[in-house]
Design a protein around this ligand. Structure first.
Ligand code: ATP
Ligand code: MG
Length: 153
């Protein structure tokens, strides 16, 4: 179905704002383009929520999360950037695996199962999209989602 991605992201941020507030993390939405795309709304919402949730959870007190929406003729792009703890290079290729968590002790405090990113990746691939990760330990992380404006289901 045709889904307004701006609206979808605004709703996700609205839902997560109280959680971010508790950690004093600022949530910023930057919409470079108005995007309507043929996607599975429920699944994509879950996929993107997982990324924003992580960006809040693995952040610093008083940090920020910036969600950017952009598009070209073929694809739309959602970037979720955070000012968090980052992911050391040697773990980056593993975080998409089911039940994988970088720091067991720290992760136990923050809670979770280690399934979020594997689900997100699956949903994005289902949309014939791609998910890219850039991160530097101690500086922050950026996940970039790229999805065709129309996908063949
Ligand atoms: P769940 O999402 O199931 O509640 P989780 O958040 O631990 O649990 P994933 O979302 O799959 O699981 O993430 C896997 C691991 O990758 C996390 O445990 C964390 O160590 C690391 N990680 C994910 N996103 C970030 C991020 N934005 N910054 C730093 N580390 C991250
Ligand atoms: Mg998670």
């Amino acid at each position: 179905a045709q889904v307004n991605i701006n609206g979808l992201l605004e709703l996700i941020l609205k839902r997560l704002r109280p959680i971010a507030g508790k950690r004093n993390v600022e949530l910023i939405f930057e919409s470079i383009r108005e995007v309507t795309a043929d996607v599975d709304e429920m699944k994509l919402s879950l996929a993107l929520s997982n990324l924003v949730e992580n960006a809040i959870k693995y952040n610093m007190e008083s940090g920020w999360v910036r969600v950017t929406l952009d598009a070209d003729h073929k694809f739309f792009y959602v970037k979720v950037a955070d000012s968090g703890i980052g992911i050391p290079e040697e773990f980056q290729e593993h975080v998409f695996e089911r039940f994988y968590r970088v720091d067991k002790a720290r992760s136990r405090e923050t809670g979770g199962t280690g399934l979020g990113l594997s689900i997100t990746k699956k949903i994005i691939l289902m949309h014939q999209g791609a998910l890219k990760l850039q991160s530097k330990e101690g500086e922050g992380t950026t996940f970039t989602v790229r999805i065709p404006l129309t996908y063949i289901s």
